[in-house]
Write a protein that binds this ligand. Structure first.
Ligand code: ATP
Ligand code: MG
Length: 418
C-alpha cells in the first residue's frame, strides 16, 4: 500500500516527462497561434455542477465520479471532465459581456473517473481541452476541430481518423430517440443489463456501449442524420464544407454519440487503431444548451477533450519523433575541498548564463565524477582543484571528441556553445 500508487494512477517522470513537456509546448504554441487563451479551473467543483452539466443518465455521473463530502458537509466532486467547470467560470465571470467568442484551453488538467484501469484507461488521467463559447456558427465548430487536427498533424501522427456526426437540436434528438427506442425495443432481450436501463432513460447511450453483443445489434440501427431538420442539416453540411475547404479529412459516422448528455448538433472523435481498444484520443462537440442549463444566458459553444495519455501512447506506438536528448552542457568536476566549494559557485554562475551545468553534490571521487558526467550526457567537463584556482585555468574537455583546451576558469561560458 505505502509503496504503490493507487490503482489507475501513475507517476510521470524521467524520459517520459520530457515527452509530455515537448507535447505540451507544442499545444501551447498551437493554441496561442489560434488566439486561444489558457484557463485553469479548480480540480474540484460542487457535485451539482456535474449532475447538471454532464447529465444524470451518463456513465460518468452514474458510475465514475469521485464524490465526497468535505468537512463542511458539502458534496464535492473531483473533475471528471473539463467543460462543466469552464461553463461555470464563463457564467461566474460574466464572460458573455466580453467580445465573443471566448476561446479557452486547459492543458494536462488532472481528470478523475472511477473506471476499470487498463491500457489507455486510468482513474486519474490528464486532458488537453479547448472550449469556444459565444458563437452558433458552424465556422466555430470547425475552428475547434481544426486545433485538434493541427496538433495531430504537427506531431506527425498517422492512422488516425476524424469521425463526424450531428445529433441535431433537442427536437431532432427527440425524434431520433423515438425511432431508436422502437428499433431497440425489438431487440431488448439481447442487450446487456446496462443498455436495458439506457433504453428506458436515454436510448442514445446504447450506441455508445462497448459490449460486443450490443454493438452487433445497433449495427442496423436507424441513422440520426435521417432525423435532422432543415436547419440542423444545413449546419452539418456547412461544417463539412469548411473542413473540406481547409483540407481536413473526415468521415461521417452516424454512430458517434459521445458519452456526455450536453451535446447538440456537431459531435466528433479522433480515433486511432494504433493503441488497442481504447482508441479514442479526442472527443468533442457542440453544446448549445449547457450554459443555460447551468444558469447562464443561451450561449452557443463547442469544444473537445483530448486524453494526454492516449496521445502519448499513440506517439510512442508510431515511434513519434521526440527530440529526446537529455544532455547537459558541462560537468564541473572537483578535487579537494577548495575545488569542491569552487565547483558549486562556478556551476551556479554558469547556470545564470543559461548554461546547463552540473557538479558534484554527493562527494564522489574524481573517477566516479567523470563516470557520472558521461552518464548524464555532459558535452564538456572540467576538473577544478587547488592549482586551477591558483592559476585561473582549467582543461576544458570535449566529452565527445576527447579534445582538451586550456582556458581561463572565469571564461568557461565563452567556450561552450549551447
Ligand atoms: P471512452 O469512450 O474511451 O471511455 P470517453 O468518451 O469517456 O472515452 P471523453 O469524455 O470524451 O471520453 O474524454 C475525452 C478524452 O479523454 C477521450 O477521448 C480519451 O482520450 C480521454 N479519456 C477519457 N477517459 C479516460 C480514462 N479513463 N483514462 C485515460 N484517458 C481517458
Ligand atoms: Mg468513458
Amino acid at each position: 500500500m505505502l509503496t504503490q500508487a493507487p490503482r489507475g494512477t501513475r507517476d510521470i517522470f524521467g524520459a517520459e516527462i520530457k515527452k509530455w513537456q515537448e507535447v505540451e509546448a507544442k499545444i501551447r504554441e498551437i493554441c496561442e497561434n489560434a488566439g486561444i487563451e489558457e484557463i485553469r479551473t479548480p480540480i474540484f467543483e460542487h457535485t451539482e455542477l456535474f449532475l447538471r452539466g454532464v447529465g444524470e443518465t451518463t456513465d460518468i455521473v452514474n458510475k465514475e465520479m469521485y464524490t465526497f463530502n468535505d468537512k463542511g458537509d458539502r458534496s464535492i466532486t473531483l473533475k471528471p471532465e473539463g467543460t462543466a467547470g469552464i461553463a461555470r467560470a464563463y457564467i461566474e465571470h460574466g464572460m458573455h459581456n466580453m467580445p465573443q467568442p471566448i476561446k479557452l484551453y486547459y492543458l494536462s488538467a488532472p481528470t478523475f473517473r472511477y473506471e476499470k484501469a487498463q491500457a489507455g484507461r486510468q482513474r486519474q488521467f490528464h486532458q488537453f481541452g479547448v472550449e469556444m463559447l459565444g458563437s452558433l456558427s458552424p465556422a466555430q465548430d470547425v475552428e475547434a476541430i481544426s486545433v485538434a487536427a493541427r496538433l495531430i498533424e504537427s506531431l506527425g501522427i498517422e492512422n488516425i481518423e476524424l469521425r463526424l456526426n450531428s445529433l441535431g437540436c433537442p427536437e431532432c434528438r427527440g425524434r431520433y430517440n423515438k425511432a431508436l427506442r422502437e428499433f431497440i425495443g425489438e431487440n431488448l432481450e439481447n442487450l446487456c443489463p446496462t443498455c436495458k436501463e439506457r433504453y428506458e432513460k436515454n436510448p442514445l447511450r446504447v450506441l455508445d456501449c462497448k459490449e460486443e453483443k450490443c454493438k452487433k445489434i445497433i449495427e442496423n440501427a436507424p441513422s440520426v442524420l435521417d432525423c435532422l431538420d432543415e436547419e440542423c442539416t444545413a449546419h452539418f453540411n456547412k461544417v463539412q464544407e469548411i473542413l473540406t475547404e481547409m483540407g481536413i479529412k473526415f468521415v461521417v459516422d452516424p454512430k458517434i454519440v459521445r458519452g456526455l448528455d450536453y451535446y447538440t448538433r456537431t459531435v466528433f472523435e479522433f480515433v486511432t487503431n494504433s493503441i488497442g481498444a481504447q482508441g479514442t484520443v479526442c472527443g468533442g462537440g457542440r453544446y448549445d444548451k449547457l450554459i443555460e442549463e447551468c444558469g447562464g444566458q443561451p450561449t452557443g459553444a463547442v469544444g473537445f477533450g483530448l486524453g494526454m495519455e492516449r496521445l502519448l501512447l499513440t506517439l510512442e506506438a508510431q515511434n513519434g519523433k521526440f527530440e529526446n536528448k537529455p544532455y547537459k552542457d558541462i560537468y564541473i568536476g572537483a578535487i579537494g575541498d577548495k575545488g569542491f566549494v569552487k565547483a558549486q559557485a562556478v556551476t551556479y554562475n554558469l547556470r545564470k548564463e543559461g548554461i546547463k551545468a552540473e557538479c558534484d553534490t554527493v562527494g564522489r571521487s574524481v573517477k566516479a565524477q567523470m563516470k557520472y558526467a558521461n552518464k548524464i550526457g555532459a558535452k564538456y567537463s572540467v576538473i577544478i582543484g587547488d592549482n586551477e584556482i591558483a592559476e585561473d585555468k582549467v582543461s576544458l574537455k570535449n566529452m565527445e571528441t576527447g579534445d582538451v583546451q586550456e582556458i581561463k576558469l572565469s571564461e568557461i561560458a565563452n567556450y561552450i556553445a549551447h
